[in-house]
Design a protein. Structure first.
Length: 127
């Protein structure tokens, strides 16, 4: 995924959807390159970039993505996006409603969200 590819994708998105006031990126070279920044500036979209340590903010999403990869995608090698969509829909239904999560006091996320219980057992990883 090169600077040109990211720039082209951004142009295509801005041609279809209204430009947002701003969007957030990391400080990767593809997002700081003149070609990408020029597309953003021409559309009057402000860019916000994560500072040092910003990757920590994505920790929970990164963990979820890894779980989905290992528990669903690698076990069910889909041939295309049409097959993948119902598989992911089913998996996320299980994950949110029937999957028990240690960090949520062994409750499914949907239950914790709906009841507002604060039974989280978030623990620090050993160094």
């Amino acid at each position: 995924m090169t600077v040109d590819w990211y720039s082209q994708v951004l142009k295509e998105i801005l041609a279809i959807y209204p430009a947002p006031a701003s969007f957030n990126t990391d400080q990767g070279s593809q997002f700081t390159a003149d070609a990408f920044r020029r597309v953003s500036l021409e559309a009057n979209v402000q860019m916000s970039m994560d500072g040092k340590g910003g990757a920590i903010d994505n920790m929970f999403v990164e963990r979820l993505c890894r779980t989905v990869q290992y528990e669903e995608i690698y076990r069910n090698p889909y041939t295309d996006g049409w097959e993948l969509e119902p598989g992911l829909r089913s998996y996320y239904g299980f994950y949110n409603r029937r999957g028990f999560h240690q960090a949520l006091a062994d409750q499914p996320p949907d239950h914790v969200f709906r009841t507002g219980k604060k039974g989280y057992r978030l623990t620090k990883r050993p160094n």
